[in-house]
Structures are given as C-alpha cells and as structure tokens.
Ligand binder design. Structure first.
Ligand code: COI
Length: 356
C-alpha cells in the first residue's frame, strides 16, 4: 500500500463531504455491496503484533498470488452494523464482541489479531469516514465487514508470514429476498457445515464457501436456505448457512448449544438475554430435528439476518409449516425488542449500544 494512499483520518471525518448523503436509492437497499469511500488497513508480520493502521480510499487491494488466504484459506471475517438514530447519532452494537470473536478465531487459524481496542477503534474510524453511507433511520444499516487474512506469500502449508486486517462497509437492507416475511428452509441431510474438532465455531472463510453448493441447490428448488444437522448423529440442529436457529414451544425457546460446531452468534447471544429478560425460559442444548414437528415457531438470528421468522422447514420431503405465512408472535416480539435497542429507541439496560 503506497504512502500517498494514506488518508488524514481527522480531515476525512470533519470534511463537508462526510455529511452529504450518498447518491443511491435508499428505499431499495438489499444485501449487496454498495462501494463506499474508505476502507481501513493494518498489517503485521507473523510473530509480531498489529501496530498502526490507516484509512485508505476504498478500492482494489494488491495480493500475492501465493498469499496464504488465497491458497489455503487462512482468513476470518466478522460482521456488525452501524445505525443512524433519529437525532443523527451513530450507534454500534456490541463491537467488542466481534473483536473478541475475531481473537478466538485467529487463535484457531494461527493468525495474530488486533486487540479489542484496535478493532473497535478501527471500526469507529471506518464508520465515521463513511458516515454519508449510513442509511437514514428506518431505511437500513451500515454493514461493517472486518477481514483478517494471511496476506503473505507461502507455497508449502505453513502460516502466512504476513497478515492484513481490513475493514470495509456497505449500506444494506434486508438479507433475505423475502424481506421481513418468513423464510423457507430445507434440511439437507447429506451436507454438513462442520465437524467436531473442525472450524465450525469460528468465522473462517471456508465455513461459508463449503455451504455454497447446498445453498444454491436449495435455492434453485425454491427454498430460501439450508438448515444443517450435526454430522455424527444426523439428528441435531446446527445452524443455517448464514445464521443461528431457535425453536419456540410455549414459553420455552431452545437453541443448539455452542460446542465447537456452531458459530457463537452475537445476535444469538443477545436474543437469549433479551428473551430471558422478557420471561421466556431459554435452553441451550442439543435440539433434535424431531422437535420441529410440534414447535410453535422457528426463527433464525444473525447480524445480517437480524431475527428472521421461518415459515416452513422441509425434511425428507415433508414440509412443516409455521405461522400460516405470518410472522410468529414470539419472533416478532424479539425482533422488535432487539431492533429497537439497536436503533436507540429503548433504554439500553444491558449497555450494548456504543454511540459514536
Ligand atoms: C453476518 O450475519 O454478519 C454474517 O457474517 C453472515 C454472512 C453470511 C452475511
């Protein structure tokens, strides 16, 4: 990265341009990339720690063809969102949790990682530099994508000699094409997302590449996405390609426990606390696929998907339906509670929201 690419962070954040809203149609945001103005880049060598990063113009990055990430998938990503409040303030949701999860994942993938403070400072700088791309209240949010990649050249299977921490952002709306309407899942009994002892519990790039085939095959048949089962018993729910799953039965809400094969979602963790604070009994345990038969509601959680109600799940050709096409009461209640908190509309008793 050449010197002249480097940006005066303070000047960018204070410039008039930072205040003019980006010229896009804010009413039709989906979950696709809208290029923004700046990205954050920080590098370090293997065995060293990250020192100082900088904002650069958003654009193409240079990478050796033999970079560890390109050849052996040595990389992690994160996802979090910034919201614009009615009074113009900018809010982040639990950014330290993403920093901590990246640190855990980095350990698993033999990579150095930014400290929590470096991570949160870098997220803050990137969001402020791109603030004209934060959707107006009610139109969506600014999705923040931190990456940690082995950027140094390797040939044999070894940890990369150099690492790059990069953050880019994009305004987004709803993740699923259904918008806020219920989604339709297929249980694919042949494809597994994770194995015990594998990397299912960290946000490594390969976990997502490996489900693309099952996901696109299911989508070609009209399903929204795939719900994966555990690979040992082929009986217990794990997660959906891009989100965690919850099953509601009466006052009890159950979700697969974190045991190394399931991604420890920050929305998952937040919804567990929100549901408990509303009087639900929340159980983190093995959830058998049979429990879907008499569930009242099923919903998914994730940063990108927020809380997405599930309208049907197809298993061995049998379609189980929930809510007659409507959003379930519990899903709706938890969605509202979480998003109101994230948008700064309710009292933040948990201290989860960071105001920039
Ligand atoms: C997120 O929810 O932020 C994720 O990382 C999932 C991704 C597939 C969009």
């Amino acid at each position: 990265y050449s010197e002249h690419n480097s940006i005066d962070q303070e000047a960018v954040i204070k410039s008039d341009r930072a205040y003019e809203l980006g010229a896009i149609d804010w009413d039709s945001l989906g979950f696709s990339l809208t290029p923004t103005d700046y990205m954050y880049v920080m590098k370090c060598s293997q065995g060293q720690s990250f020192k100082k990063g900088e904002l650069q113009r958003f654009g193409i990055i240079e990478l050796s063809p033999s970079a560890g990430v390109l050849n052996y998938g040595q990389g992690l990503f994160e996802g979090l969102k910034a919201q614009r409040k009615q009074d113009g303030k900018i809010l982040l949701f639990r950014p330290e949790e993403n920093a901590l999860r990246m640190r855990m994942g980095a350990e698993r993938m033999c990579m150095p990682s930014p400290t929590v403070e470096q991570f949160v400072d870098a997220v803050t700088a990137t969001v402020l530099a791109n603030k004209r791309w934060i959707p107006p209240p009610g139109k969506g949010s600014l999705y923040i994508r931190p990456l940690l990649i082995g950027s140094g050249a390797v040939l044999s299977l070894v940890p990369s000699p150099e690492y790059t921490f990069l953050i880019y952002v994009s305004p987004v709306g709803n993740y699923f094409k259904e918008g806020i309407a219920p989604i339709h899942l297929l249980i694919d009994t042949e494809v597994h997302r994770a194995v015990p002892g594998g990397t299912g519990g960290v946000k490594t790039l390969g976990n997502y590449a490996s489900v693309l085939k099952a996901q696109t095959t299911a989508q070609a048949k009209g399903y929204t996405d795939v719900l994966y089962l555990d690979c040992v018993h082929k009986k217990y729910l794990e997660e959906v390609s891009s989100c965690n799953v919850f099953v509601v039965k009466g006052n009890v809400i159950s979700t697969p426990a974190i045991k190394g094969t399931i991604l420890p979602g920050i929305t998952r963790k937040s919804i567990i606390d929100v549901a408990r604070s509303q009087g639900f009994q929340v159980e983190e345990r093995l959830v058998a696929v049979d429990e879907l038969l008499d569930a009242d509601e099923v919903f998914c959680t994730g940063t990108a998907v927020v809380v997405s109600p599930v309208g049907s799940i197809t298993y061995h050709g049998e379609r189980l339906s929930y809510g007659n096409g409507e959003v379930g009461v519990v899903s709706q209640q938890l969605y509202s509670a979480l998003t109101r908190l994230q948008m700064g509309l309710t009292d933040d008793k948990m201290n989860w929201v960071v105001e920039l």
